[in-house]
Design a protein around this ligand. Sequence first.
Ligand code: F6R
Length: 262
Amino acid sequence: MQIVILENSEAVAAHGAEVFIQKLQKKPNAVFGLATGSTPLALYKKLIEANQNKTVSFSDASSFNLDEYLGLSGQHPQSYRHFMQENLFNHIDIHRDNTHVPHGDAENPITACKEYDELITQKGGIDIQLLGIGRNGHIGFNEPSSGLSSRTRVKTLTHATIADNARFFAEGEFQPHLSITMGIGTIMDSRKVLLLATGSSKADAIYATVEGPLSASCPASALQMHQDVMLIIDEAAAEKLQHKEFYKHIERENQKLMASLK
Ligand code: F6R
């Protein structure tokens, strides 16, 4: 794992956006795996800026989102499709047909999940998968106890995740307890994984991901087995890491090495 520890959430977003921008400049038809939630919002703002000032174009790129609430159509204001339209897709030159979010209102969600994985394969696989992380270590909606080789499927949300996400729903509004999510195996197939975490509420999950055992109790710990993972986290999210200073030292050494190769 490459662990990049930065001062604050602004620096995390800037660093993450730069990874996307560089990929897009090298590979205009890149396939991105995207996430919703609070964490990627600042990164999406930077991608919008980069697109609007013509640093990059998304016109040949495509995307696959991690997850969607089961039971919500893409028009529903709390759906993840709606979230992506509002916070990214409507502001960049990506073609709507090239953006994919699982269909929460699919007639047969089980078939839809299988088709989602097949479509990712047909498009050549995901170049960079962006992830946030739940306080319980979930990635996508793969909650603790999710199979570490799982594929896209219907999953039940934990009470903790439902409570964490209740902030997005009005009082009395229907809040789904089920989701469609890429599986951990689906995420692991991505060529590169970028996990962002900010704030001390994520510190336990980051500790379990990096220094805990490989275990379905912390789904993100599966990333220990991925060959190209970059964690970009702020000081607060890194506060429980026992070897924090060593990770910073590795990064400084990496940068020196890269500079000497230029
Ligand atoms: C979102 C997703 C979730 C979030 C996680 C963190 O598509 O799959 O795993 O990344 O719940 O959410 P925030 O960023 O709101 O703390």
